[in-house]
Design a protein around this ligand. Structure first.
Ligand code: RB5
Length: 143
């Protein structure tokens, strides 16, 4: 299960990714926003998706806003959440291999739709390497 969320700026990209998931039969839940305003508050949805992933109800999440930046900053406030904002293949791949990222944040105003699809697929299909990287991730939770 993948949890999705967006503000007004990210909605069109989110719909594009949902269509892709429908075609592939990938299970997702859209946590909003559902009725777009001109200026949605992205932290509301970042928190919804972060809590959903944190609870284990979704294995991963994806957040879409204008840049992906605000969503990632907010989601990373939650323990156990490792949100990455990225718009290139190398960063997305390594966010999974080395950082076990569990939320991908994307900027609808930043990237082409075809690239977004490739990045989403890469994020979902790249396994964490574990080992020394797991020990480092465990340090995130230490005060
Ligand atoms: C909304 O204009 C924009 O600030 C928001 O979508 C996002 O890019 C924030 O990080």
């Amino acid at each position: 299960m993948i949890a999705l969320g967006s503000d007004h700026a990210g909605d069109e990209l989110k719909q594009h990714i949902k269509k892709h998931f429908d075609e592939l039969g990938i299970e997702y839940i859209d946590l909003g926003f559902y009725e777009l305003k001109r200026d949605d508050d992205y932290p509301v949805i970042a928190k919804e998706v972060a809590k959903y992933v944190q609870s284990g109800k979704a294995e991963k999440g994806m957040l879409f806003c204008g840049t992906g930046i605000g969503m990632s900053m907010c989601a990373n406030k939650f323990s156990g959440i490792r949100a990455v904002v990225a718009s290139d293949m190398f960063s997305v791949r390594h966010s999974r291999l080395h950082n076990n990222a569990n939320i991908l944040c994307m900027g609808a105003r930043v990237m082409a739709r075809g690239l977004a699809i490739d990045l989403v697929d890469l994020f979902l299909n790249t396994e964490f390497e574990g080992g020394r990287h797991a020990a480092r991730i465990a340090m995130f939770e230490e005060k």
